[in-house]
Each structure stands twice: as structure tokens, then as C-alpha cells.
Write a protein of this length. Structure first.
Length: 391
């Protein structure tokens, strides 16, 4: 049976070059970067070289990049750290309804602690309105947090323009760039961002390591207290193999970015075209062009997403019904509901996210398989039978 992976937005395989770079730091160069002896100093050099490499890919000074345990930790630190450190300025935060749960659940926690959060609506393509964003700003507003690229429907927000609005009103601007790194050219100054979250396992690096860019001068509380690691801002002995792997993955992604975007965009458009032309009552979700180069999100009427995923899995195709963090839930995607899809159609969603190891042949096989699977599932649907006139 074929085994085809099309869930790269959930996680990616570690590339061989990344693994090769990491291996010596499990055995040979295993020192603690906080130790003053030779082993520790060798580890410290690798840590700082990795920090400089990653920061360089986003146009940031090395000392503005901090390692975390992943993207969700970076999101938590950005929001909790900034809001609590700037209580004297206000208690209001602006975000949007299609954020990753790393943001949304953090906002819910902040609300329980007395902070106020405005959740902006999005249009049918998942875009926020800049006018609505600016109108939501009030004297008590401290921060704006809008994700760069949506993890479910792939829509890319106008980050530079949002940053200009934040600067105009003297606000702190954070963006969750977990899905953007390695898929979009990033320069923190050109984008006018103050904080930016990242995760290594989305760019063919290891799991359990991420980062947060914090512009110099931003007032932020620590999320984890303890030792003096990460310039006393994030305690805990650094995950050195993970750090080295993250840096290597970021370096490769940056070097190959143009070719990566070109390949994935071609495969994505081929897959979407094949699905929409071959399967009736199907709809592509998200912005048609301003989107993640490898993201395909489609809804199929008259079928249930879980049955679709299981049927595709039986054919060797790994996909998703939405975010990997919520795929175990029976509730429809909050993202699809926010862009206005009815409950019953949102339940028939499929996300196929493409990556560096996918091929044209795999894309064509996925289309063929979808045609077969959707037809089979619809034959068992009384609603589809009714629409087709009982024929």
C-alpha cells in the first residue's frame, strides 16, 4: 500500500542534514552551556552560533531571539509576559477569532485574570479588516496579536500593515509565525513586529524547540523562573541538540526558500484544481492567493470529515480535518465556522498540507483517491440522495 504524507502543517520529518547536525550534541558535545569548563563553553558557542543563525534568517539581532520549548510556549510568553508587564498602561488586547489555540486559550486565561480581549471577525477568506482593527483600539489597549499564516486554511494576514497601525498608536505587536517560517520571506523590521513566535518542527527540525523574537526595549515578564538561562528571561537548561537542529533547519529553509515556495505553490494549485474539477459540491477555503504555498483546505458537502480521513488513510494518504491540536475534537473547526461555513459543511472539511517530499504523482493519486472516496461516502448519504433526486 502507498504511504503518502500530506499533513506537513501538523509536523514535518526531520531532514537528514538536520539530524546529522544534532547527533554530536547528544554524545560528543553534551556539555551544559551554563558551565564554565571546556565542555560547557563548547556548548555555549554552539548555542550562540545557532541563535545568530536563526535570528539572521528573520533579519533580527542575535540577542533579540530567545529559545523556548515550542510555538505554544512562545505564544503564552508573548501574551502573558507583555500584558502583565504593562498593566500600568492598560488591560486591553486585540486578537482575532481564527488564531491558533495557543493564542485563544491564553487570551481566555488572561480574561479570567481581569484583562479585556477583543476578538476580531474575519471575512469569508479568513482576512481581518484593517479598518475594524483600528476601530477596536481604545485608550486601554496595550497589544495586538494577529497570526501571520493560519494553520488550517492557510490565509496570510497583512502583517506589515497591521504593524504600521500598531506603531501609529504606540501599541506592541505580536504575530504567531509558526506556519510562516520557512514558507514566507521574513524580516522583522520590514514587518513592523515587536514579538514573533516560531517552532522548529514545522520546518523539518526537531520537536520540543521553538523561539520568540522580542524587539529590544519591549517590556515583558518572564514565563518560567529559575536559572539565568536566556539572559535571565527563560529559565531551564537549554535543549542543545534541539537548538542546533532548529538552526540547521532554519538555515536550509532560508537557502531554499524561493524554490520551496515555487514547488509547493505548483503542487498546491494542481491539487486544488484537480479536486474542484473532479468532485462536485466541493469548495476551497481560505484566500485564493495570499496563503501558505502548501496549504489546501477543501470542504465536501454530504459527507463527514472523520469518515473521509479514515477512508483516505486506508488508501495510504495522511491528511487532517483541521489543526492537529484539535483533530480529536468532535466540534467543527472554529476557523471554518468563523469564515461563515454552516456547521454541516464545516464538518466535511479536509486539510492536505504539502511539503518538500511530495511529488506530482502523489498529488494526482490524492485527487484520484478523493474522487473515489467521496463518491463512496456520498452513496451512503440520504441527503446526497435527496439532492440527486433519488437517482
Amino acid at each position: 500500500m502507498k504511504r503518502i504524507y500530506m499533513d506537513y502543517s501538523a509536523t514535518t520529518p526531520v531532514k537528514q542534514e538536520v539530524l546529522d547536525a544534532m547527533l554530536p550534541y547528544f554524545t560528543e558535545h553534551f556539555g551544559n552551556a551554563s558551565s564554565i569548563h571546556g565542555y560547557g563553553q563548547d556548548a555555549k558557542k554552539a548555542l550562540e552560533a545557532s541563535r545568530a543563525t536563526i535570528a539572521g534568517t528573520i533579519g533580527a539581532p542575535a540577542d533579540t531571539f530567545y529559545f523556548t520549548g515550542g510555538g505554544s510556549e512562545a505564544d503564552n510568553w508573548a501574551l502573558k509576559g507583555v500584558m502583565k508587564a504593562n498593566k500600568n498602561k492598560g488591560n486591553h488586547l486585540i486578537t482575532c477569532k481564527i488564531e491558533h489555540h495557543g493564542i485563544l486559550h491564553t487570551c481566555e486565561t488572561l480574561e479570567k485574570e481581569g484583562f479585556e480581549v477583543t476578538y476580531l471577525d474575519v471575512d469569508s477568506e479568513g482576512m481581518i479588516s484593517l479598518e475594524t482593527l483600528e476601530a477596536a483600539i481604545k485608550p486601554s489597549t496595550v497589544m495586538i496579536s494577529i497570526m501571520f499564516v493560519n494553520n488550517e486554511i492557510g490565509t496570510m494576514q497583512p502583517i506589515a500593515e497591521i504593524g504600521k497601525i500598531a506603531r501609529k498608536h504606540g501599541l506592541i505587536f505580536h504575530t504567531d509565525a509558526v506556519q510562516a517560517l520557512g514558507n514566507v520571506r521574513i524580516n522583522v523590521d520590514e514587518l513592523n513586529v515587536d514579538l514573533m513566535s516560531f517552532s522548529a518542527h514545522k520546518i523539518y527540525g526537531p520537536k520540543g524547540i521553538g523561539g520568540l523574537y522580542i524587539r529590544k526595549g519591549i517590556k515583558i515578564q518572564n514565563l518560567i523562573e529559575g536559572g539565568a538561562q536566556e539572559r535571565k528571561r527563560r529559565a531551564g537548561t537549554e535543549n542543545l541538540p534541539g537548538v542546533v537542529g532548529f538552526a540547521k533547519a532554519a538555515e536550509i529553509a532560508n537557502e531554499n526558500l524561493d524554490a520551496h515556495i515555487e514547488k509547493l505553490t505548483y503542487l498546491r494549485d494542481r491539487l486544488v484544481k484537480g479536486i474542484l474539477e473532479s468532485v462536485e459540491y466541493s469548495k476551497s477555503n481560505g484566500h485564493p492567493t495570499l496563503r501558505h504555498p502548501g496549504n489546501v483546505n477543501v470542504c465536501f458537502e454530504f459527507i463527514e470529515g472523520e469518515a473521509l480521513l479514515l477512508s483516505l488513510n486506508a488508501k495510504g494518504i495522511a491528511g487532517s480535518s483541521g489543526s492537529a491540536c484539535t483533530s480529536g475534537s468532535l466540534d467543527p473547526s472554529h476557523v471554518l465556522m468563523s469564515i461563515g461555513l454552516p456547521h454541516e459543511i464545516a464538518h466535511g472539511s479536509l486539510r492536505l498540507s504539502l511539503g518538500d517530499f511530495n511529488t506530482e504523482e502523489e498529488v494526482d493519486y490524492a485527487v484520484e483517491s478523493l474522487v473515489e472516496v467521496v463518491h463512496k461516502l456520498r452513496m451512503m448519504s440520504p441527503l446526497y440522495d435527496k439532492v440527486k433526486g433519488g437517482k
